[in-house]
Design a binder for this molecule. Sequence first.
Ligand SMILES: Cc1cc2nc3c(=O)[nH]c(=O)nc-3n(C[C@H](O)[C@H](O)[C@H](O)COP(=O)(O)OP(=O)(O)OC[C@H]3O[C@@H](n4cnc5c(N)ncnc54)[C@H](O)[C@@H]3O)c2cc1C
Length: 448
Amino acid sequence: MMENTQHRVLVIGAGLAGCEAAWQLARRGIAVELHEMKPAKYSPAHTNEAFAELVCSNSLRSDQLENAVGLLKEELRRLGSLILACADETRVPAGGALAVDREGFSRAVTARIRNHPNITVVEREDDSIPDEGEVIVATGPLTSDAMANYLQAFFGEHETLHFYDAAAPLVSFESVDMNHAFFASRYDRGTPDYINCPLSEEEYHAFVQALVSAEEAEVHGFEDKHVFEGCMPVEVMARRGVQTLAYGPLKPRGLIDPNTGKEPYAVVQLRKDNAEGTIYNLVGFQTHLKFPEQRRVFSMIPALRQAQFLRYGKMHRNTYLNSPRLLNRYYQFRAEARISFAGQMTGVEGYVESAASGYVAGMETARRLLGLAPLDLPAETAVGALARYVSNPSVTEFQPMNVNFGIMPPLDHRVRGGKRKKNAELAQRALDVLEPLRTAAEEGVVCG
Ligand SMILES: Cc1cc2nc3c(=O)[nH]c(=O)nc-3n(C[C@H](O)[C@H](O)[C@H](O)COP(=O)(O)OP(=O)(O)OC[C@H]3O[C@@H](n4cnc5c(N)ncnc54)[C@H](O)[C@@H]3O)c2cc1C
């Protein structure tokens, strides 16, 4: 029998975390009702009716083990993650990163969820948590107002926090002037997947000048101090100093312009956004400039003079919980174990991190319902470290966090040979710790 009919869980939100949580429950034989407000209602950043929509970049970031997010992905693969399986199936070339065909990825997740016999999808917006029954809330950083207001009342107004996040624009490939651009990957690593748009010193300074003085769209309540450092609008970064972009997203290191045989002064990189290569996104160009200003300023980049903007960048208020006070390391509400949260609303930051929290919330809920002890992934693993970071009650100024090696316990010995070598050892330790737990992690799995 595929379904363990005595157990049912409501999952609210079919994003990266909600789909992963639903999948982990369903494959353990638990009946899931998955509520999603699309297509009747869309958040300001969602546009597609498919599940697990990537609202900005199509990259799930580095796929190298020496990078903590690369390790997180490898752990999730080994743990049977739906999001990683679909990402691997729909990957597009992107050097050392795992980038996906945006729509193909969401279609793949949607098909697996809709076809799973233990999952029933209900299209509706929830405005509360039911008084009874098991629930995982995964309504994301752009949780609808009705649910956000409910959560604020439910927890008390100081327990829901916020910051601002921005998306980057998309341009059509055919509108990029390749006479002023070249394909290459930094230091020729991997295949030459990026389009590189060089700027001379003079062009760079004119561009930065225009950027810092361009008109921004109004975002209610926005202040720069509330911007997430890892996804900072390009104009906010430019205001920090004239050279900030040249050392940041526009750094030319390892990129030789074949027309000059030299590194340009600065380079804007474009990354493929779909498998066909007809759409590219401007890497690191999250922005909240007004749309006509985006066209005016970004068209100063020589290769983008005639660029056709298929989507402009936008900025949004992100809601998250004061998780160190509210949640335990299984992402359960401390006061009521039947209620869990998953995804960016718990204060993990990023697509893969959201999927990781969905994995833990789904898997640990299933284990509890099946009468199994928590798996309790240790802090040496990236999945476990992230869960411990967001639920650590000693954290006072809680900020959303991308996974990183700093949240894992240090090695018990010194490593010679630099940071990369140390990170490689931390990653190997994590995978060694995970290996014997994989059988236990699969306990209760009956399908999928
Ligand atoms: C503008 C912006 C840009 C971002 N860019 C990136 C990026 O480039 N890279 C990156 O790694 N991360 C990025 N993030 C951060 C984050 O990783 C993503 O937002 C990620 O999608 C979060 O996953 P999630 O499952 O928590 O939420 P989501 O993927 O947003 O899923 C939540 C789902 O819940 C639904 N929903 C909301 N309210 C309700 C309700 N009341 N009832 C029913 N359904 C509801 C939504 O429609 C949605 O489908 C960005 C976030 C924002 C807001």
